[in-house]
Write a new protein. Structure first.
Length: 124
């Protein structure tokens, strides 16, 4: 009988230990589930923030690209205007050179008058 009692007590102790372990594991499972929920929420929140940061960066890049396009257009216009200005300056310089050359070949008014008087004196 003693063995039966001992076997019954051992089974009872074993069952009690199993129940205690089961309760412990259930509590651990609950804690893991709560942690998993929190982590899932945090990950979702981080993903949303990253998405909003990406969107903001894309918006900024688009603004920068638009500014660069505007600057590029302005530089192109400046280059075109500079070419036109250089062309006009070249034309003016050629005209000045032609004017200088023609001035060298022209007789001044007072020289012409003196020469006219000499010719009149010689013709008399």
């Amino acid at each position: 009988m003693k063995t039966e009692k001992t076997n019954a007590k051992i089974e009872t102790d074993t069952e009690m230990l199993a129940r205690m372990m089961m309760n412990g594991f259930e509590k651990i499972d609950e804690r893991f589930e709560k942690m998993e929920e929190r982590l899932t929420q945090e990950i979702s929140s981080v993903k949303q923030e990253i998405s909003s940061v990406k969107q903001e960066m894309n918006n900024r890049f688009e603004e920068v690209d638009a500014h660069f396009d505007e600057i590029d257009a302005r530089l192109t216009n400046i280059n075109i205007e500079q070419k036109e200005t250089n062309h006009r300056l070249d034309s003016i310089e050629k005209k000045q050179l032609g004017t200088i050359l023609s001035l060298d070949e022209t007789v001044h008014r007072n020289e012409f008058n003196r020469l006219t008087k000499r010719v009149e004196v010689l013709e008399k």
